[in-house]
Design a protein around this ligand. Structure first.
Ligand SMILES: [Zn+2]
Ligand SMILES: [Zn+2]
Length: 414
């Protein structure tokens, strides 16, 4: 295989031949003109003759030059060999270098690089994805409201009458209290999580403690702040953009989001356990519909059975899926990390480990303190009033300045 140096030499050789051809061409023309001048001076022939002789000399010179060029060029047919390949590769290299130069001239300046070019190239794709996600957010929120409402309606219509008719009083009281408490908590936290702004860095204040500048908002970015491409703004202590809330999960609605996930999981588990017996009955009844001869169908009974089947399948599957997500957030909160920081910290741990150093998360204040900070628990009674009951209190921090004191063991009063 030929090296790039050899190809370059061959290319230079071709250029040399081209220069020779040009020189010969010029020389032939000079000779023709001189001969013509001599003929004119000697014979003094008519203008017509002089003109035709000049043209003849020129055409002859051109024919000779072209023939010489053909001799220099690689032969076709049998000439698809070494020379032909070199000529093509030379041309290809020339084209390649021109393309590279053109490409660099398109995007190059002292502040940009190939990442900027890639970003620009993929901008339409990002735009489509972001907009689709934004629209899907509306669909997902409608879906959550629709499914939650359908579950509540089924419980009120089919499950609660059975509980009231068959269960002892203490169980009835338990179901009424527990069910309604979970319902209130789910509705409250979902409403707050979707409608509360996650918090954004102030755009009018320039002198805020920041770690970098957002390339898209062109504003200072405080610690733990990240840009959300779907909301198209920077979000304080950004966790992730949640399509089920159609909102970003950040500093001011992180607690609402987590409480919604936790209470929704508890609610789903509660519904699936409470309706388990009814589900087994309904399943048996539906199986009997497909037997031959099928029993006489009662519309209200069939509706009840199918609704309970739907309720149990939905609550069980959502309970498992949302339970997994809630568990993941329990781990993250216990470590004092957000979902975004988890990825960043993982990379940092690997990088420092290679250098023989250990990474320490500056926002981790101990497991219990992380939970207290999230729920805004400042005294014992807050565990009841702020965690187990609906509460609209704001977080202690402003989301811009963070306490990164490693020595702190207990930031709260208790
Ligand atoms: Zn931004
Ligand atoms: Zn967002």
């Amino acid at each position: 295989m030929e090296t790039s140096v050899a190809v370059k030499h061959r290319y230079e050789e071709l250029l040399f031949f081209a220069a020779c051809v040009c020189n010969c061409w010029g020389l032939c023309l000079c000779v023709c003109v001189c001969l013509e001048g001599r003929t004119c001076r000697r014979g003094g022939g008519g203008g017509m003759r002089m003109g035709s002789s000049w043209r003849w000399q020129l055409s002859r010179a051109m024919r000779l030059a072209l023939r010489w060029c053909r001799l220099c060029r690689p032969q076709r047919g049998g000439g698809r060999g070494w020379g032909s390949k070199l000529w093509i590769s030379g041309k290809f290299l020339e084209l390649w270098s021109y393309s590279k130069l053109l490409l660099k001239s398109l995007y190059f300046n002292s502040l940009s690089n190939s990442d900027t070019l890639l970003d620009c190239a993929f901008e339409p794709v990002y735009w489509i994805v972001d907009n689709v996600t934004r629209w899907f957010g509306v669909v997902f929120v409608s879906l959550v409201i629709l499914l939650t409402t359908s579950v509540v309606v089924i419980i009120y219509l089919f499950v609660l009458p059975t509980i009231l008719g068959t269960y002892p009083v203490y169980w009835i009281i338990w179901h009424l209290c527990c069910g309604h408490w979970l319902l209130v908590m789910v509705v409250f936290h979902y409403y707050k999580a979707t409608t509360t702004s996650p918090g954004h860095p102030p755009k009018d204040k320039v002198h805020i403690p920041s770690v970098s500048v957002c390339k898209k908002c062109i504003t200072p970015k405080p610690a733990r702040t990240h840009h959300c491409s779907i909301c198209n703004t920077c979000v304080l202590k950004m966790d992730h953009h949640c399509p089920w809330l159609n909102n970003c999960v950040g500093h001011f609605n992180h607690r609402y989001f987590f409480s919604f996930c936790a209470y929704m999981t508890l609610g789903c588990i509660y519904c699936s356990i409470s309706s388990r017996d009814l589900f087994l009955d309904a399943y048996g009844a539906i199986e009997r519909y497909y037997q031959t001869p099928s029993p006489p169908e009662d519309l209200s009974e069939t509706t009840s059975h199918k609704s309970i089947l739907f309720l149990w399948v939905l609550t069980s599957s959502v309970g498992v899926a949302l339970g997994g997500l809630t568990l993941w957030h329990v781990i993250l909160i216990s470590r004092g990390e957000t979902s975004v920081e988890r990825h960043i910290n993982r990379k940092e741990i690997r990088r420092l480990r290679e250098k023989g150093k250990a990474f320490r998360n500056p926002y981790h204040h101990g497991r219990m303190n992380n939970w207290k900070l999230l729920f805004g628990v400042e005294k014992r009674s807050h565990w009841f009033t702020r965690v187990l009951l609906p509460s609209s209190h704001l977080p202690n921090e402003d989301g811009i300045i963070w306490d990164c004191n490693f020595n702190r063991t207990d930031p709260m009063a208790i």
